[in-house]
Ligand binder design. Structure first.
Ligand code: PGA
Length: 242
């Protein structure tokens, strides 16, 4: 793991955007693995700025998002498809047909999940995977104790994850109970990974992730077993590192 600590979230996000821009410059049809949540928003804003300034061209880029809530379609403002359109895709020259978010509303979730992995394979695999990290160490919706070998699958969300996400919904009862997520193995197959974490609330889990033993109890710690991982932190998220 290559850990970089920046003074601010903005600086870390700009550096993250630069990694993506360089990947696209080297390979115009780069396959991006993308994440939702508050963490990547500033990076997406920077990519939008760069795209408008002619510094990055999404015309041939393909993308696969990590996860989606079960039961929310793309018109729901808390669906991750809606989030991606709103925070990135609507503002850059990406072809929406080349953007993929797991389907949470199909008739056969298991078949849809399998198909998602097959599509990623057919695209040649993910070149750059963007990750946030949950307070419990989840990546995507791979909660603690998710098997290392997991591919895209349906998960029951933990109480802590539903609690963390209820701020976006009218009440806890409106937070979906299940999601579809790329598995740990799906993520580990990406050629390179960038995980970002900001704020004091992430300091403890970042310490476990980078200084603890890799273990499925802390899904993000398994990234220690990947050979090309960048961890970009602000000072606050890095404050408990020794
Ligand atoms: P956040 O969520 O970016 O909103 O902190 C990260 C996650 O739960 O994976």
């Amino acid at each position: 793991m290559n850990i970089r600590i920046f003074d601010t979230m903005q600086q870390a996000s700009a550096a993250g955007a630069e990694i993506i821009a360089q990947a696209i410059a080297a390979k115009p049809n780069t396959v991006l693995g993308l994440a939702t949540g508050s963490t990547p928003v500033a990076m997406y804003k920077e990519l939008i700025r760069m795209n408008k300034a002619g510094e990055v061209d999404f015309a041939k880029v393909r993308s696969y998002n990590l996860d989606e809530y079960i039961g929310l379609d793309g018109t729901h403002d808390q669906s991750y498809r809606y989030f991606m359109d709103d925070n990135l895709f609507n503002h850059v020259n990406i072809d929406k047909a080349n953007t993929h978010v797991p389907c949470g509303t199909g008739a056969d979730h298991a078949a849809d999940a399998k198909h998602y992995d097959e599509m990623i394979d057919a695209a040649g695999g993910i070149d750059v995977q963007v990750l946030g990290i949950g307070n419990n160490g989840h990546i995507g919706f791979n909660e603690p104790l998710t098997p290392f070998t997991s591919m895209t699958h349906i998960v029951k969300l933990t109480d802590s994850t539903r609690e963390a996400n209820k701020r976006f919904f009218a009440s806890i009862d409106d937070v979906p109970t299940h999601a579809v997520t790329m598995g740990i193995h799906t993520v580990m197959q990406a050629r390179s990974i960038i995980l970002m974490a900001f704020g004091e609330g992430k300091a403890e889990i970042i310490k476990k992730t980078v200084e603890g033993r890799p273990e499925i109890a802390v899904p993000a710690s398994l990234l220690q077993l990947h050979e090309d991982v960048e961890i970009y932190l602000d000072e606050a998220a890095a404050s408990k590192l020794s």
